[in-house]
Design a binder for this molecule. Structure first.
Ligand code: ATP
Length: 456
């Protein structure tokens, strides 16, 4: 990551180069919503594909699902969300700004472990230390209240007979409720995992920092169902796999660290986050949780369905434990973009911005650039051939230097330039994004050359 990188710089690059736009921009925006543009959607899709490949495709004990966002409201009673999915909120009576009490304390007192505090303890701490409003500087707070994080909507065709339904605040409940279905239809043997990628919604008190915390986001989650005796080993193995995965995506080890939780939910056996050093500092990137048998026992109780597993080898009947691994696709995209960004000083004194994405993550794998407009026919032939295999960009406007810079800024690993020699001998120039070195290749050799370089 470039030391000069600020969140503002990244937001501006994202906006000007088609990665991410402000949501509903022509209406003045809609706070903390973002739309992925033509370049950003490719990057995010590649990140999701990479996750699915590692954790579903390459793992014979993992199964994918795509569950409905709207679920029976009883699910959220069983999960405990209806009763207690809330954050401690307090408002400044002077400027009306709203904050999370735990964040307020954390930001001022880095050594205090707010995770261990009750609401009353947070209230006392803020009062005793006279923590002022970060916005207006006054000390004029409302008492702390619990702010509900689930979005509610209603369903029903007869006015007055509407039922409350919730937009799911996490995807994992779709995996728990399908435990029996997946186990039966896939003849799955414990330990096995159910994974999915999908949207979640949280009415966050303090969304912000670009894609880091939004009210609508995508999660990549899996639940590993296992025997209690092997659960701790599996928990540890997911810690390793999760770390290895983000390193393979290009995040450097000095910007990654584990944060083991000391305060655990009453049912949990262990929990940790992987934190990343974002341009805003160290923050959670993903979570790995050992949840005991809490989820299946609650769903058994609330649905009346027995969710025990009968081990076909030992004849033992038990309620599996769950190891959960959960990572936000948008938050990971933000981390990947932060890491890839570089303002590079060139030998000629100029500076170029370059996104050093791993080639398999790059939005476009190759850009086809005719040196002059009258070479466009041949260039389009090359585009037609390569675009059958890879996401390609095509650009014939402006000087070749400017076109290279534009591709650097969106992280395209290869630029293929068509010149007059191409018409003679069917060769093209291939420029490498990182080294800027150029080689000459036959058009027929391009597909295998690029395919080899973008493997994951
Ligand atoms: P945080 O402490 O940051 O609020 P959390 O502990 O509530 O996160 P989980 O419920 O464990 O998060 O969700 C798993 C992952 O989903 C997080 O590690 C993060 O990557 C992502 N995530 C959670 N909330 C948001 C959000 N509001 N915006 C974007 N991504 C999110």
């Amino acid at each position: 990551m470039d030391n000069n990188l600020t969140m503002d710089k990244l937001v501006n690059l994202c906006k000007s180069r088609g990665f991410v736009f402000q949501g509903s921009e022509i209406y003045g925006g809609f706070a903390n919503t973002w739309d992925f543009g033509p370049v950003g959607v490719e990057l995010k899709n590649n990140i999701k594909k990479a996750w699915w490949k590692k954790f579903v495709q390459e793992d014979p004990s993992a199964y994918g699902v795509d569950a409905a966002i709207l679920m029976n409201p009883r699910v959220w009673e069983a999960s405990g969300h209806v009763a207690s999915f809330s954050d401690p909120q307090l408002d400044c009576k002077s400027c009306k700004y709203r904050f999370r009490a735990d964040n307020l304390i954390e930001e001022k007192f880095k050594d205090v472990d707010v995770e261990k505090m009750t609401t009353e303890e947070m209230q006392k701490f803020i009062d005793e230390h006279k923590i002022k409003c970060p916005h207006c500087g006054n000390f004029n707070w409302t008492p702390i209240r619990q702010f509900k994080l689930m979005f509610e909507t209603s369903r029903g065709t007869v006015e007055g007979e509407k039922d409350v339904v919730y937009l799911r605040p996490e995807t994992c409940q779709g995996e728990y409720v399908n435990f029996l279905n997946v186990q039966r239809t896939m003849r799955a043997k414990v330990p096995f995992a159910i994974a999915q990628i999908g949207k979640s919604f949280r009415n966050e008190i303090t969304p912000g920092n670009f894609l880091f915390r939004t009210v609508e986001f995508e999660q990549m989650e899996l639940q590993m169902f296992c025997h209690p005796n092997e659960s701790m080993e599996i928990y540890k193995s997911y810690k390793d796999r999760a770390m290895k995965f983000v390193e393979e995506l290009g995040l450097s080890s000095e910007n990654l660290r584990f944060h083991d939780h000391e305060k655990l939910a009453h049912y949990a056996k262990a929990a940790c986050d992987i934190q990343y050093n974002f341009p805003i500092g160290w923050q959670e990137l993903n979570g790995i949780h050992h949840r005991g048998n809490w989820d299946l026992s609650r769903h058994s109780e609330f649905s009346g369905k027995n969710m025990e597993y009968l081990d076909p080898y030992t004849n033992e009947k038990f309620l599996p434990n769950v190891i959960e691994y959960s990572i936000g696709a948008d938050r990971l995209t933000l981390a990947v973009m932060s890491e890839a960004y570089e303002e590079e000083k060139l030998d000629n004194g100029e500076t170029r911005v370059v996104m050093h994405f791993k080639p398999f993550l790059a939005p476009f794998k190759v850009a086809i650039l005719p040196l002059q407009k009258n070479l466009s026919e041949k260039a389009k032939e090359v585009y037609a051939k390569l675009s059958k295999e890879f996401m390609c960009d095509y650009d014939e406007a402006g000087s070749i230097g400017k076109r290279y810079r534009r591709q650097d800024e969106i992280g395209t690993p290869f630029c293929v330039t068509i010149d007059f020699d191409t018409l003679e001998d069917d060769t093209v120039t291939v420029r490498d994004r990182d080294s800027m070195e150029q080689i000459r290749l036959k058009i027929e050799a391009l597909t295998s050359y690029i395919a080899e370089k973008i493997k994951f």
